[in-house]
Design a protein around this ligand. Structure first.
Ligand SMILES: [Ca+2]
Ligand SMILES: [Ca+2]
Length: 372
């Protein structure tokens, strides 16, 4: 019921607005059926949805146009962009935003848009976030009451938590007989996964639906190697009895933080350890506990360095965190009765070649009760 009332108010206001906007114009007065079933209109999303699917599969297109509508009047060449969004359902997150199917009689005023986003019936803060991994360029448009033009803003984020202002170019087009259109474009974006569209503060607090967001288009860049991460703690724990071998673990990330399936090459100049190019660490018998070793991971022009402190590990510490916890006990029990091999050798605390009661008792004796 409340929705219905809101809808009636909105439709009435739009009707009044249309009359006002066209009073001096070429008398294209919108006729609005105030009995129109809004919920049915809202539910009718099959066409825009189909259009979106079709757009997604088309690599070289213009924003969707209505037949006979001069939809794109922008100075921006929209051809190079892929369609991304014109409704809230396509957002990964949104606040105070709804999708609205543009009425036939509104389409001229809305530059031919079939569906738009607008505030969800309440003035004030409103935004929508779109996930566009590797976005490199943006083109967006909004439509404003001529008497109430407050440009939207666009923010960008790599992780969805920290946001920066997009460096956007704004082009405002005033039209005597239509709502004012604003086009937004931004280029040279890199390392970004999320685009946030934020509604501006309009002067007229009655017009909660203003502005209409017409759509978002974007281009993307190719993933590329951007950063090397060397995993592991700062301490390199060496089991007391053996085994002189560790494999360093490094990962290559692209510009938005996704793993790239490529190997790093390891380099280390140290007297305490030898490191093979694939990351295998051989400990010298002369190793001194407390020595530090700096390793370098390389891939192309990228590199990362990390300094480890060499420490003596505890027998029966099966996971290298240098404390004995229930996790180590569980792993010893899992391997109980087996002979020592590459996978379970750290369970063999006394190094007699078998994982048995001695190893379990040792681990139990030195277990730290708290997991931390
Ligand atoms: Ca442990
Ligand atoms: Ca043993």
């Amino acid at each position: 019921m409340k929705l219905k009332i809101n809808v009636l108010i909105m439709v009435t206001l739009v009707a009044l607005l249309s009359l006002s906007a066209f009073a001096d114009g070429e008398t294209e007065i919108n006729t609005v059926d105030i009995n129109a079933d809004f919920s049915e209109s809202e539910a009718n999303t099959s066409t825009p949805s189909d259009a979106y699917e079709s757009d997604k599969n088309d690599n070289d297109k213009e924003p969707p146009k209505d037949e006979g509508q001069d939809n794109v009047e922008s100075n921006v060449d929209a051809k190079k962009y892929d369609f991304f969004a014109d409704k809230a359902e396509l957002a990964s997150d949104a606040f105070n935003v709804q999708s609205y199917t543009v009425l036939e009689e509104e389409k001229y005023n809305m530059y031919g848009a079939e569906c738009i986003m607008r505030r969800d019936g309440a003035i004030g803060e409103a935004w929508a976030i779109f996930e566009i991994p590797y976005v490199s360029e943006i083109f967006a448009s909004s439509c404003h009451l001529p008497s109430d033009v407050a440009p939207m803003s666009i923010e960008l984020s790599k992780d969805g938590a920290t946001w920066i202002d997009a460096d956007i170019t704004i082009n405002i087009t005033e039209n005597e007989n239509r709502w004012t259109r604003i086009d937004y474009s931004a280029e040279n974006i890199s390392g970004i996964k999320y685009v946030k569209v934020i509604w501006g503060e309009e002067a007229n607090l009655q017009n909660w639906w203003n502005p209409y967001f017409l759509g978002l288009y974007a281009n993307t860049e190719a993933p590329r190697e951007s950063e090397i991460i060397i995993d592991g703690k700062d301490e390199l724990y060496i089991p007391i009895y053996e085994p002189y071998e560790y494999t360093l673990c490094g990962r290559i990330l692209d510009q938005i933080g996704n793993d790239i399936d490529a190997a790093v090459t390891w380099v280390c100049e140290s007297e305490s350890v030898e490191v093979s190019s694939d990351g295998k660490v051989i400990i010298s018998p002369d190793m001194i506990v407390g020595d530090t070793v700096t390793v370098r991971a390389e891939s192309g022009d990228l590199f990362a360095e990390k300094t480890f402190t060499l420490c003596a590990s505890m027998p029966a510490d099966t996971d290298g965190d240098n404390i004995i916890t229930q996790r180590d006990i569980d792993f010893i029990i899992e391997n109980y009765g087996r002979t020592s091999d590459d996978n379970n050798r750290l369970c063999d605390a006394d190094k007699n070649g078998v994982i048995d009661i001695i190893d379990l008792a040792y681990a139990a004796r030195y277990m730290t009760s708290a997991e931390d």
